[in-house]
Ligand binder design. Structure first.
Ligand code: DX5
Ligand code: ZN
Length: 229
């Protein structure tokens, strides 16, 4: 599957859950193709969000959307099939939660989902070398996972740059996604550094207008890409 990058992936964690359907429609009507679903278990991260039942509802609300499911849970293997059945297109697991990462990635692929691996801010991307040829996406956490609305951790920028360089050196095709504290101020730079997918929660759903927030972020991301060429 090929994508027109850069891609903006709204994080539904920041949506108003009393009107989730209409907030999803506002995204889709504004041209959004990816929706980011944050799954938190209260163990790996200090917060609990939602499970496959809500992902299934998101799938019903946006039948054509690409559902990007970010698992922040211990023992992800136990739940991967449930999220695939709920309609996930891509499932990402944290390197920190997977002692048998290669097996877990194969498990996701066997369920016909695209595969992603995630690193926390304090985890080096060097640990990912052996798995890079097997994943469709690498997700760089730019906040410590668990909550929306946190500030972007600047030291994570060099990981994006490095993953972009490794991708070229190794002739690989994984997408580079960034999650946490993405906003109008940093989105151009993130794309310039090599990010293909930006996750944004607060900077879309906590703004007064979802369509204009999406339009602004998209314009800034596209400016970063045109700087690259
Ligand atoms: C954090 C989540 C993020 C979060 C982003 O653990 O993985 O997806 O919702 O929210 P903002 O954009 O508000 O930092
Ligand atoms: Zn996320």
């Amino acid at each position: 599957m090929t994508f027109n990058t850069p891609i903006l992936a709204p994080s539904l964690l920041a949506a108003d859950f009393t009107k989730l359907g209409s907030e999803i429609s506002a995204c889709v009507d504004s041209g959004i193709q990816w929706l980011h679903c944050d799954i938190m278990d209260g163990h790996f991260v200090p917060n609990i969000s939602y499970g496959p039942f809500i992902v299934d509802a998101v799938r019903d609300a946006a039948p054509d959307a690409f559902l990007d499911v970010h698992l922040m849970i211990e023992d992800p293997d136990t739940y991967i099939e449930s999220f695939a059945n709920a309609g996930a297109n891509l499932i990402s697991v944290h390197q920190e939660t997977c002692p048998h990462l290669h097996r877990t990635i194969q498990h996701i692929r066997d369920l016909d989902c695209m595969t992603g691996v995630v690193v926390n801010p304090a985890t080096s991307v060097d640990l990912l070398y052996p798995i890079l040829p097997d994943v469709d996406l690498v997700l760089v956490m730019s906040v410590n996972p668990g909550f929306g609305g946190q500030s972007f951790i600047k030291s994570t920028l060099q990981k994006i740059y490095k993953l972009n360089a490794i991708r070229e050196q190794m002739n690989l095709t994984y997408l580079i996604e960034v999650d946490g504290g993405v906003n109008e101020e940093n989105s151009t730079t993130l794309v310039q550094k090599g990010a293909d997918v930006l996750v944004a929660g607060s900077s879309i759903f906590k703004k007064s207008s979802i369509p204009s927030a999406i339009q602004n972020l998209t314009a800034r991301m596209n400016a970063g890409r045109s700087d690259l060429v």
